[in-house]
Design a protein around this ligand. Structure first.
Ligand SMILES: Nc1nc2c(ncn2[C@@H]2O[C@H](COP(=O)(O)OP(=O)(O)OP(=O)(O)O)[C@@H](O)[C@H]2O)c(=O)[nH]1
Ligand SMILES: [Mg+2]
Ligand SMILES: [Zn+2]
Length: 253
C-alpha cells in the first residue's frame, strides 16, 4: 500500500538498518539506511542558512559510499536559490528548485525518484518533511516552524523513517543534522579525496607535479579550472579544508 511505513522491526534484527533486503551495497551511518539509491541533499534557499562545508562533506561521503546525489533547493520562492545552485556548478548533481506552494520542480523530482530508494538529508528546518508531504500527500510527516530568533529548525523529525510510496519507490525522511560524524565512519586516504569531487576527477593526472595536492601548487590543472570558473571556488575551498584536516589531524586514518 502506498505510504506504508517500513520500520526497523520489519528487519527482524536490531542492526538499526531500516531495510536491508538486498546485500548491502552502500550505507550511511547517519542516518542509518542501507541500499540507498539516491541521496537527496535538501538545502533551503535562505533559512536556515546553508553551510557549504557541511554540504560538501556530505557529498564526499556519498561519493565514497557510491551513492548518487541530487540537490533539492527548498524555499526557492524566497530568493537565494541561484547562489546555492552556483555552489554546485560543474558537479554532475541534478538540481531541483522547489517551493512550498505551487509545483515548481516538484514533478521533475517526483519523476526522478521513481523506482529508487532515496534518503532526504539536510539541516533541521530546511523543509524535508514539507517537501515529502507535498510530493506524497499520503505521508503526512510532521512539520515544524523555525525558531524565530536563530532561524533554525527544531529537530521536528526525530527518527529516520522509510516509506514505501508504490512502484518500487522508497523514501526516507530523516532528522536534520547540524554536524556530520565524518571522522567516525568515513575512512579516506587523502590521495583519494580529489576523486570524491566529481568535477575535479577528470583533471587528476593533468597537473605539473604528479604528487600535486591541488590546493596551492604551481601548474595545478584543477586550480586553473577554478580560476576559469569551471569548478566552483567554494567547493574547491571545501576540498582544501578537508585536505588540510586530513593532513594535519589524521582525522580519517
Ligand atoms: N516559504 C517556505 N517555507 C517552507 C518551504 N518548505 C518548508 N518550509 C517551512 O520550513 C519549516 C520547516 O519545515 P520542515 O518540513 O519541518 O523541515 P525539516 O527539514 O523536516 O526539519 P526537521 O524535521 O527538524 O529536520 C516549516 O515552517 C515549513 O512550513 C518552502 O518551500 N517555502
Ligand atoms: Mg522533518
Ligand atoms: Zn593539481
Amino acid at each position: 500500500m502506498a505510504g506504508d511505513r517500513v520500520t526497523a522491526e520489519d528487519n527482524g534484527d536490531d542492526t538499526g538498518f531500516i531495510r536491508e533486503v538486498d546485500p548491502r551495497i552502500n550505507s550511511l551511518v547517519r542516518p542509518p539506511i542501507a541500499n540507498i539509491g539516491l541521496l537527496v541533499l535538501v538545502i533551503a534557499a535562505t533559512a536556515p542558512k546553508p553551510a557549504p562545508y557541511t554540504l560538501d562533506k556530505l557529498t564526499v561521503i556519498a561519493e565514497k559510499s557510491k551513492i548518487p546525489v541530487a540537490i533539492a533547493i527548498t524555499k526557492s520562492e524566497l530568493g537565494g536559490a541561484d547562489e546555492i545552485a552556483a555552489h554546485f556548478h560543474g558537479t554532475p548533481y541534478p538540481i531541483f528548485f522547489l517551493a512550498e506552494k505551487g509545483t515548481v520542480g516538484g514533478e521533475a523530482l517526483l519523476e526522478y525518484l521513481k523506482g529508487k530508494t532515496s534518503v532526504f538529508c539536510g539541516a533541521s528546518g530546511v523543509g524535508k518533511s514539507t517537501l515529502l508531504n507535498r510530493l506524497f500527500p499520503q505521508l503526512q510527516a510532521e512539520v515544524g516552524e523555525l525558531s524565530e530568533k536563530i532561524q533554525r529548525g527544531k529537530n521536528t523529525t526525530r527518527a529516520t523513517t522509510l516509506y514505501s510510496v508504490g512502484d518500487g519507490t522508497y523514501i526516507a525522511d530523516s532528522p536534520g543534522f547540524t554536524m556530520l560524524d565524518t571522522e567516525m565512519y568515513c575512512r579516506l586516504e587523502k590521495e583519494e579525496l580529489p576523486t570524491l569531487f566529481p568535477e575535479m576527477e577528470p583533471f587528476i593526472g593533468s597537473c605539473r607535479y604528479t604528487r600535486c595536492g591541488h590546493t596551492c601548487e604551481e601548474g595545478c590543472r584543477i586550480l586553473e579550472e577554478v580560476e576559469m570558473g569551471r569548478i566552483s571556488r567554494e567547493r574547491h575551498e571545501s576540498y582544501c579544508k578537508l585536505f588540510r584536516e586530513m593532513k594535519d589531524l589524521h582525522l580519517f586514518k
